[in-house]
Design a protein around this ligand. Sequence first.
Ligand SMILES: *Cc1c(COP(=O)(O)O)cnc(C)c1O
Length: 333
Amino acid sequence: MTASELTGPGAPTPGLAGRGPVPWHLLPDSSAVEPDGSLSIGGCHLDDLAAEFGTPLFVYDEEHLRSRAREAVAAFGDGVAYASKAFLCSAMARLVHEEGMCIDVATGGEMHVALSAGVPADRLVLHGNNKSTAELEMALSAGVGRIVVDSFDEIDRIEALVAAGQPAPQVLLRVTPGIEAHTHEYVQTGQDDSKFGFGLSSGAAHAALDRVAGSDAFDLLGIHVHIGSQVFVVDSFRKAVAPLAPTVNALALPEFSIGGGLGVAYVEGEESATISQWGAVMTTACREAGIEAHVTAEPGRSIAAAAAVTVYSVGTIKDLPGIRTYVSVDGGM
Ligand SMILES: *Cc1c(COP(=O)(O)O)cnc(C)c1O
């Protein structure tokens, strides 16, 4: 595979990052420039890693991952879950588990990775707007800690499985509060028109709550809301809380999960809140809205994104005199 720098006429103007050094805050915590000018992460020279493992190569900073996981546990307490779609392999599942996080999984495959890495089933949270009967059956027989119920179809499927002898799961109900987070529309998930969860304004959320609370097939623990990803405006999270407070309080449910979505800076000029700041804003907003439930969250990107770099090798270099020089690498764009 080859890819070239796309900076011809009409292409987007390159950011400053394209011309100067990458700012330190965009790199993994342990990044350092060695005396010979090469970049190291966690004390490993990237040149050496490229020679040993080949390129393209993802390099994760373990200490960076651990410190963000610890920060999340400190901010939200026990039950805070790592949203594994941000990056999952067996080692990552073990790492976040060792640091005290639960793990969000959204498919049978992710569940399998976490379980086979040795993470106890009761530390898993199963998500998804289209959980199959087989995935639900796998979760129930493994004994996952929480299932986040997303639709009436899913309520029917779980009831049928419990009627057939599976244990009744502990569940949260995913509710869409009808607010639009400040982020790209493709990763907004809190508005009324969403494939996720039960709408608050349509009455679906209350109908689902009545059904689940009144059924022996569920142990209802709380409400879940996830408004989207790459949300830089912490106020968007705060806005999601107020409309849900009466519902969360009416049933005196013990848990309230605010999902994930804290934005991460990828390029120069972007600034993001820390997990601790996000936690403080959310806990305060929930208290101010009168929510008594334990407030928890599911950070993904904010744990994993800035912990990694991708290492490429430069291949073909094509100099177009008077126009520009194309430098091709072995991955990405
Ligand atoms: C994607 C997702 C998250 C994590 O979002 P990030 O932007 O990675 O923090 C958390 N919860 C749910 C339900 C998600 O779909």
